[in-house]
Design a binder for this molecule. Structure first.
Ligand SMILES: [Zn+2]
Ligand SMILES: [Zn+2]
Length: 133
């Protein structure tokens, strides 16, 4: 059984599934962006995925290269645009999240932001708060 790969919301390449402990995240080899379905970020981090995430997110491009591009949710695809919210720690950069399925997208280099602060466990709440839930 093969699940069809999600397409990168920024550069539209097929993303590669990457296993982090018990979760499978989606990584774009083209722009180093990472898609987390709801809860996968916290789960991956709690299972020691920090190092791997840092490696996956590493990019030669300056962070922000793809930051301003509008994107569609790779999971809901059809009509749902991702909402761009300022990062809790770096307001100059944005995190894209889907109000429909709760997934979160980090552009290449942006995961570093998340890992370098202590918000990992609280980020879900942060986004839920933003959409008024
Ligand atoms: Zn991409
Ligand atoms: Zn979605």
């Amino acid at each position: 059984m093969t699940a069809s790969n999600l397409a990168c919301p920024k550069c539209e390449r097929a993303m590669d599934p990457v296993t982090l402990g018990t979760v499978v995240i989606d990584h774009c080899a083209g722009c180093s962006g990472i898609w987390f379905d709801e809860g996968e970020l916290q789960a991956g981090l709690s299972q020691g995925g920090k190092r791997e995430l840092r490696r996956l997110s590493a990019t030669a491009e300056a962070p922000g290269e793809h930051d301003l591009k509008a994107a569609r949710c790779p999971r809901c695809r059809t009509a749902v645009d991702l909402i761009r919210a300022p990062s809790p720690t770096e307001p100059d950069l944005h995190v894209d999240f889907c109000p429909e399925c709760g997934g979160v997208w980090y552009d290449g280099g942006e995961v570093e932001l998340l890992l370098s602060d202590s918000l990992g466990g609280r980020i879900g709440k942060f986004f839920k708060g933003l959409v008024g839930g």
